[in-house]
Ligand binder design. Structure first.
Ligand code: PAF
Length: 299
């Protein structure tokens, strides 16, 4: 396939110096050539609206893999009713430019019907660890992670990456995808990279764009709370850490949806630091945005 000589409007298509694919068979064909030539493949799944967190994943993939595939797909299956799928920010030209600057080889940006054709009826469900934190039925519910696991399984099948990159900010998503890859025998290494933060500590997220100036200032309390949780847990007890975090949130007028410590791998409840990595995670609505953040307390 001559990727350098592509007519605009077709798939694949050269945009901002990166090759865009709309059709999975064409992407597969291009990747088969690369694989046959012994080149390693890295995948960075995204829903677009790229920020510094995505760029750190793309750069890591660029540094480690010969071919970097970025998927760009706002996945309807992971949005619940009333979760504003239609208002999710989309700017393909900007994302194409940033992807090219970060050294992406191929962008896979399929239309919805390419991923979910008429009659699509299969779902991937990772039980247990998707039913807590954000997956608690009283919050987003396990349906969100069913949508994530289903689309990521499909991306793994389409791309066949050697390494797939995710942000630790979505710690529960990382735990679910690791479990899915292990349970379903996907031959892929899952890399979780540290959360990228604004200079004041706020975790980078597409949702930060929904914060007005006052809420933007208040939102910093989430990362402050998590730092207090780690300090308290190390100096005293996990309970004391959670209490200190709760005070930080209260002082900023933020009522958490959850603020909890769990085992970082299986998300089972933990009462104390126990020699295994412990995840303290928080979710809260701040003004118009539902924000999540977490800290991983390593032994
Ligand atoms: O983290 C995200 O942006 C999405 O959940 C993902 C992994 C791209 C699946 O749609």
């Amino acid at each position: 396939m001559d990727l350098m000589n592509l007519a605009p409007g077709n798939s694949p298509q050269a945009r901002s110096g990166v090759t865009f694919f709309r059709a999975k068979d064409e992407l597969r064909a291009a990747l088969a050539e690369a694989r046959d030539a012994g080149r390693s493949i890295g995948l960075v799944p995204t829903m677009g609206s790229l920020h510094g967190g995505h760029l750190s994943l793309l750069r890591a993939a660029r540094a480690e893999c010969d071919v970097v595939v970025m998927s760009l797909f706002v996945n309807p299956a992971q949005f619940g009713p009333g979760e504003d799928l239609d208002r999710y920010p989309r700017d393909e030209d900007r994302d194409a430019r940033l992807a090219a600057e970060a050294g992406v080889t191929f962008v896979y940006a399929p239309p919805v019907e390419e991923v979910y054709p008429e009659g699509f009826s299969t779902r991937v469900e990772v039980e247990g660890l998707t039913e807590v934190f954000c997956g608690d039925p009283a919050r987003r519910g396990p349906g969100h992670f069913r949508g994530v696991a289903t689309v990521v399984a499909k991306l793994f099948n389409t791309v066949g990456p050697d390494i797939a990159y995710f942000g630790q900010k979505d710690a529960q998503q990382v735990a679910a995808i690791r479990r899915m890859a292990r349970d379903l025998d996907f031959p892929v290494r899952i890399e979780a990279l540290p959360t990228v933060r604004e200079p004041d500590g706020l975790a980078m997220s597409s949702r930060n764009a929904c914060l007005g100036p006052e809420d933007r200032k208040r939102a910093v309390a989430l990362s402050r709370a998590l730092r207090a949780a780690e300090r308290g847990a190390r100096a005293d007890s996990l309970g004391a850490g959670i209490e200190a975090a709760r005070h930080e949130l209260e002082a900023a007028g933020i009522e958490p949806e959850y603020l909890e410590a769990r085992d970082a791998e299986d998300l089972a409840p933990v009462a104390e630091l126990n020699g295994r990595p412990v995840l303290v995670a928080v979710a809260a609505r701040v003004g118009g945005a539902r924000l999540i953040d977490n800290v991983l307390i390593r032994p």
